[in-house]
Ligand binder design. Structure first.
Ligand code: TMP
Length: 211
């Protein structure tokens, strides 16, 4: 049987990486074969693209259009090389960010046309969509506080202004409202155990696992 494809979305500081690791351990304990990966990255080509995006050391600031194309390029690679083959073998794939990050960051955040980005996402993925997307939602103030607490060097995108982060949060919530069947929005400005209980409930309900 084909594996399930679950993506985690949300702003930096929303706890995605902690919670996705937790879910992977929890599912493995139920005997589910899991592949945990992330975007941009997850393949040698994708990791090279990630470094390029995070540490743009050239004199000129990277063009926002270039940024879109690089995210899509990393996505095309991971879908073809990692995600589709794993799903076909019956492995469940948990991916830290996917197509919705481009819609939220480059679309609602940067102001690119969301429908145009959807077309680019379709090209990059060959039409592959997640079975379930967990959106970790957190107020902007709280995500900023968490980012500052954990990082001395804040990467290029995280230095963007506050208004961008407000648009990003609103954008994610709009995306979730447009696709209620695929998305579950989970508040993550709480104790990790409370967030994890809701994540488990959403996954168990969606895939008919024991709660
Ligand atoms: P993260 O995976 O550690 O959260 O960092 C990845 C950064 O890249 C984060 O700032 C979000 C950003 N990003 C986009 O802007 N668009 C995308 O399509 C993806 C996948 C990530």
């Amino acid at each position: 049987m084909r594996g399930k494809f679950v993506t985690f979305e949300g702003p930096e500081g929303s706890g995605k990486s902690t919670h996705i690791r937790w879910l992977s351990v929890r599912l493995q304990a139920c005997g589910v074969p899991i592949l945990l990966t992330r975007e941009p990255g997850g393949t040698p080509t994708g990791e090279a693209i990630r470094r390029l995006l995070q540490h743009d050391s050239s004199d000129a600031e990277m063009s926002h259009r270039t940024e879109v194309l690089l995210f899509c390029a990393s996505r095309a690679q991971i879908v073809e090389q990692v995600i589709r083959p794993a799903l076909e073998q019956g492995t469940w794939v948990l991916c830290d960010r996917f197509t919705d990050s481009t819609l939220a960051y480059q679309g609602y955040g940067r102001g690119f046309d969301v429908d145009e980005l959807r077309t680019m996402n379709r090209f990059a993925t060959g039409g592959l969509a997640p079975d379930l997307t967990l959106l970790l939602d957190i107020p902007v103030d709280e995500s900023f506080r968490r980012i500052m607490a954990r990082r001395s060097e804040i990467d290029r995108i995280e230095r963007a202004e506050r208004a961008f982060h407000e648009r990003l949060r609103e954008g994610y919530l709009k995306l979730a409202a447009m696709e209620l069947a695929r998305f579950r929005t989970i508040g993550s400005a709480r104790a990790a155990e409370e967030t994890q209980a809701d994540i488990w409930r959403a996954v168990a309900e969606r895939f008919g696992l024991e709660k």
